[in-house]
Design a protein around this ligand. Structure first.
Ligand code: SF4
Length: 426
């Protein structure tokens, strides 16, 4: 799972100028990447973390935190993904692997001489998790061997039902192992007050995030799902910092003002759609502008609905200010990928109802099998139970060579016709 582009984003108003939140996002993401390199030059310890690893724990140390999945998504959004995938093929990695992994491996193990985006600073430690998929751990194991550094894999029980007491304690005990590991490797003493402060920042930021996402409920919607894809970059890289609070407050405030001023991304919105799967990073601008021409808006996405929730939820699961590690363990399973079928369907049913959805776009993601696996079952249930029309399109979140724009839009237009027929009958 993950996130976003700063340059090719859709955070524009109707005059095609970047919004303040879009500009601010570009600024903080640029600073984030530059500062990592400056800190690395100064000799700081560097951890590479998978996006679901609780960054708030890592904020309890003075270290660099690099997020390779975000780096891959950014590479894809700048149109460089396929070239990097190709470099990983030349190294012998299979084209069937997730394109995030292929981009990242190509970037790091076979960097182009004229790299437009320098690779992340070399890590001293890698921390991943198996909530989402097992490929992730195998991908980072390559660096574990190549760089001869430790790789901590957070083992998270699968999520068919609400988390139980044993599951929570199992996760908590591993957080304590992570803390010990970093203490031993850096010689630093972990500061839980910094994690508490980071958790407060994340909680505050997520309240603004939910306010921003609620703009999708307005008719016409005040945002598109593409806006939420772009803005996720802050969540995956800067969780726990004051910058995420500032960014999401600006985003929510600006979005509410635009609704009050009747500025809508799809002013003549006729079709309200829901998206299931990771964003197609290479298509954000193209896809949103073609949809706008059809008066169609993908208003919400399962991918961005889950931030700050617990399993099966849409609303914020608030931090009570007491025990940040316990709260992080309770929310460790917030992302959609680890859900079982029932939870996956439950979320979609809630979103269809809450957002007034007319039709659904299931993106069968060639890279992310775990997100795509249950889509056919969910699609069938959706039509049987709610009579909501839907389509299945083929995408790859980061490798544009596995995407056919015309093929996808033929299906989208067929979906809109189907919605018209449903509306005429009902
Ligand atoms: S396969 Fe899916 S969950 Fe696994 S790393 Fe790729 S995008 Fe993430």
């Amino acid at each position: 799972m993950t996130n976003s582009s700063q340059e090719n984003n859709t955070n524009e108003n109707n005059t095609n100028t970047k919004t303040k939140a879009g500009e601010h996002l570009s600024k903080i993401m640029k600073e984030f990447y530059i500062n990592q390199h400056l800190d690395a030059q100064a000799g700081k310890f560097c951890v590479w973390a998978a996006i679901i690893v609780p960054l708030e724990i890592l904020r309890g140390f003075d270290i660099i935190v690099g997020i390779p999945e975000n780096y891959s998504a950014m590479t894809a959004s700048k149109g460089l993904g396929s070239a990097q995938c190709e470099r990983s093929h030349q190294l012998g990695f299979s084209p069937d692997l997730c394109s995030y992994a292929r981009i990242d491996l190509g970037n790091n193990l076979y960097p182009p001489k004229d790299a437009q985006m320098p690779p992340l600073p070399r890590p001293d430690l890698i921390i991943t998790d198996n909530n989402n998929c097992s490929l992730l751990a195998k991908w980072f194991d390559v660096y574990h061997r190549e760089y001869n550094i430790p790789h901590f894999i957070l083992d998270v029980p699968f999520c068919y039902n609400p988390q139980d007491y044993d599951g929570l304690n199992y996760i908590l005990s591993q957080y304590k192992d992570i803390i010990r590991k970093i203490e031993n490797m850096t010689g630093q003493k972990y500061d839980i007050d910094k994690t508490r402060e980071a958790m407060n920042n994340t909680n505050e930021a997520l309240k603004h995030w939910k306010r921003f996402m609620n703009a999708a409920l307005h008719k016409p919607a005040g945002i598109t799902a593409f806006d939420s894809f772009v803005q996720m970059a802050t969540f995956v890289t800067l969780r726990g910092t004051p910058q995420i609070v500032e960014q999401y407050k600006l985003l929510a405030d600006e979005t509410e003002v635009r609704i009050a001023e009747k500025i809508f991304p799809v002013p003549d919105e006729k079709y309200r759609l829901l998206w299931d799967n990771i964003a197609p990073w290479h298509q954000l601008r193209k896809m949103s502008s073609r949809l706008k021409q059809l008066d169609a808006n993908i208003v919400y996405a399962t991918y961005t609905s889950c931030l700050g929730t617990i399993e099966g939820g849409i609303d914020l699961y608030e931090y009570d200010g007491v025990d940040p590690l316990k709260h992080l363990a309770r929310t460790q399973n917030f992302s959609v990928c680890p859900y079982g079928l029932e939870l996956r369907y439950e979320v979609i049913e809630k979103l269809v109802d809450r957002c007034g959805i007319d039709g659904m776009v299931f993106a069968n993601n060639k890279s992310c099998k775990v997100y795509s696996l249950m889509q056919l079952d969910i699609q069938k249930r959706l039509i049987d139970k709610l009579k909501i029309p839907s389509i299945m399109i083929d995408v790859d979140h980061a490798d544009v060579t596995r995407y056919s724009e015309e093929g996808v839009f033929i299906r989208i237009e067929a979906l809109l016709e189907q919605i018209d027929r449903y509306k005429n009958v009902c």
